[in-house]
Design a protein around this ligand. Structure first.
Ligand code: PBG
Length: 356
């Protein structure tokens, strides 16, 4: 197709000839009317290039000890921290809506948090107990578990510290132990979110060595040192200890795009089954590049801060929260996401069920 010719329309000679014959000039502007296809609901539906469905949704949930009432996360309106029993019930709702998978994040009792985050490798920690209960009740729902130490460390960093620095290789060994207990508890997917070097290959080896060859790895391949994780850190209580200290010695610089391709290539070479870009909307260019380059199942994390912004604006009446959520999710699909982790998964699934 010659785009130039379409834009220019028919040649001057053709137009003149049409005028002389008295007919309506063939090339009368605008011959190409982009609005024609937008004119009807049925034609908009036929022409739609991407389609969000419930199959694209992963619902992150927070689980905590005790059987007290679920507790709200003030910076994430509508998001709850569940007991194991409540989590089982909530996942039942997700399953009934057809949501394929959930991601479990622990709210760890501060008394169990240590310098080395050793509770992460306890086969009876809150994550493992939640996974066992959810899997028993809803075996058809995929369960994704993070591999990272931050919910378990007293300092809120994702790894082990030496002289105030997160040390890579010792942290990877801890992540292998954490991944093993989670996989043995029955989770389907290990999702390393820590950004240590070499962790995907090490976790693959640990899983395979334990006969857990069926457990998948969803790597947070391009995870940025982002200010948009603030509300998540409120939810799991990892933000206070972290204070002003950031995670920029292991998470990526938001200014970088090429580096995301190198990170992702390494994770694929180490055996990642799926890859992820995080955060979401401000990083759609990275998502697009990663999907184009590797063609793997590629996920995007619509993170806590993005969710909080939507909810805050909606609560003020500044935008239509439902519409803005559905639009955001559609944009992830357009940018190449095979699926989206979003705290709005239940709302979105309901909306999709009722016809959009
Ligand atoms: C743990 C982890 C974080 C998120 C997912 N896994 C926080 C962080 O890296 O500081 C953020 C999720 C969100 O903001 O919704 N490493």
């Amino acid at each position: 197709m010659n785009i130039r010719a379409i834009l220019d329309g028919p040649s001057h000679a053709t137009t003149l000839a049409a005028e002389h014959s008295g007919a309506r000039p063939l090339g009368a502007y605008p011959r190409t009317r982009m609005r024609r296809m937008r004119g009807d609901d049925w034609s908009r539906r036929l022409a739609r290039e991407t389609q969000l469905s419930v199959n694209d949704l992963i619902w992150p949930i927070f689980v905590q000890d005790g059987e007290t009432a679920e507790t709200a996360v003030p910076s994430m309106p509508g998001v709850m921290r569940y007991s194991v029993t409540q989590a089982v019930k909530a996942v039942g709702e997700a399953a009934a809506l057809g949501i394929p998978a959930i991601a479990v994040f622990p709210v760890v009792d501060p008394a169990l948090k240590t310098e080395d985050g050793r509770e992460s490798a306890n086969p009876d920690n809150i994550v493992c107990r939640a996974v066992r209960a959810i899997k028993a009740a809803h075996p058809q729902v995929g369960i994704i578990c993070d591999a990272a130490l931050d919910p378990f460390t007293s300092h809120g960093q994702d790894g082990l510290l030496k002289d105030g620095e997160v040390i890579n290789d010792e942290t990877v060994a801890a992540l292998m132990r954490q991944s093993l207990v989670q996989a043995q508890a029955g989770c389907d997917v290990i999702a390393p979110s820590d950004m240590m070097d070499g962790r995907v290959g090490a976790i693959r080896d640990a899983l395979d060595g334990a006969g857990l060859t069926h457990v998948k790895i969803l790597s947070y391949s391009a995870k940025y040192a982002s200010a948009f994780y603030g509300p998540f850190r409120d939810a799991v209580g990892s933000g206070t200890a972290l204070g002003l200290k950031g995670k920029q010695t292991y998470q990526m610089d938001p200014a970088n795009g090429d580096e995301a391709l190198r990170e992702t290539a390494l994770d694929i070479a180490e055996g990642a089954d799926m890859v992820m870009v995080k955060p979401g909307l401000p990083y759609l260019d990275v998502l697009w590049r990663v999907k184009e380059a590797f063609k793997l199942p590629t996920f995007a994390y619509h993170v806590s801060g993005e969710y909080a912004m939507l909810k805050a604006a909606a609560a003020n009446g500044w935008l239509d929260g439902d519409k803005a959520l559905m639009e955001s999710l559609a944009c992830f699909k357009r940018a190449g996401a095979d699926g989206i982790l979003t705290y709005g998964a239940i709302d979105a699934a309901k909306k999709l069920k009722s016809g959009g």
